[in-house]
Design a protein around this ligand. Sequence first.
Ligand code: SF4
Length: 445
Amino acid sequence: MAHGSILYITLGCAKNEVDTDRMRALLNGAGYDEVFSAEDADAVIINTCSFLASATSESIETTLTLAEEISEGVRGTRIVMCGCVPSRYGSELPDELPEVAAFVRTDEEDGIVSVMDEVLGVERVDPPFIPSVKRTVESAVAYVKISDGCDRYCSFCAIPYIRGRYHSRSAESILSEVRDLVAGGVREIVLIGQDTGIWGTDFKDEVDGPTNLAQLMIAVAEAVRPEHVWIRVLYLQPEGMTDELIAAIRDTPEVLPYIDIPVQHCNARVLKAMHRSGSAEQLSDLFAKLRAEIPAMVIRTTSLVGFPGETDDEAAEMLAFMDREGFDYTSVFPYSQEEGTFAAKMDGQVDEDVKLERTQAAMDLAEALGFAATAAHVGEVAEVIVDGIEETDEGPELIGHAWFQAPDSDGAVHLEVTDAAVGDILQVKFTDSFCYELVGEVVEE
Ligand code: SF4
């Protein structure tokens, strides 16, 4: 018999999706059912985001709207708030949000079953079943968290205060999850963390097996064999790009030549004020080296616009740098004054209208570069993983992604519907492109 019904709401990034799914798997194992509307739910889990002030506001607004909706019903549905907002504002929340029955920080989420049992008054005779694969979403792609937290303390970023100090997950637990996922049919493993490049540097005791990211990637590749599985690594800080890592990407067939390096800026003065390091020259040298070692390399980056003290010239310098480097994908964020961060107290906060103007210019350039990089694939034949079928005005079409498109971040590939199933890897010829999207036809199954 089910102990209760739960609606899951996830806000924010892919890492939060992974966390929600992990909680869902634990709660399913413990006898809770998932439902898809608040009306049918005994409890709602809201997994929140607090990366930016706007994300915190969205998380609070979603909670308050839900509380209002629920108060009109008769079911007495409880709300449990998880994730980044409780991690960041923990002690202030019970007074501010009496509508919420429990707050669960990111580092407490593995204890979600006990929290839910307490909130819903469930008494257990036997301990709950704990599934070996803590994942329920059926998809060809699986995100595997290799670390959490961050020790860099970039002056604009609240993540270290939300997610805590950097801590690497053990290789043993990562590899065991990867094996289970591949056995379950997953075709792409995406290794994620706030700062994946320094994975392993916090291991205190001597460990058997991999102790840095390059070695971990090779071990993950060995773990997925003999299946045909892609491996992608996201969120590498420029300083983490060692020669060993570049060689591992180059020489390990399963590891895709796709790299996500959030540079944020290129100007040395701005980078220093951001508590980051490097200069345009050093970054350009790194990208040149990557492209020389791995000619097919696809590069995604992030640009933070309007950091306190950024001058018109420095903003223009960043645009010229983006243009010179011709990044395949660039996410552009306007600087946001985040409570508790060093940069929030800095002089020279840039006027909102100037920030918006610079953001628009950076976005226009990012799109022009990205659209051109996408169009450059027209005529190529490449592997595409099938992600699903979508209904469009012209009828259903098959949606997939190529190796140079990170799922959920970059564009997709659109194909005529065939009898291919989710997770199939097809050989596709790209015949056309629009924005970040490609149109293709299957040349061989
Ligand atoms: S490295 Fe990334 S997560 Fe860490 S503080 Fe800097 S911006 Fe934030």
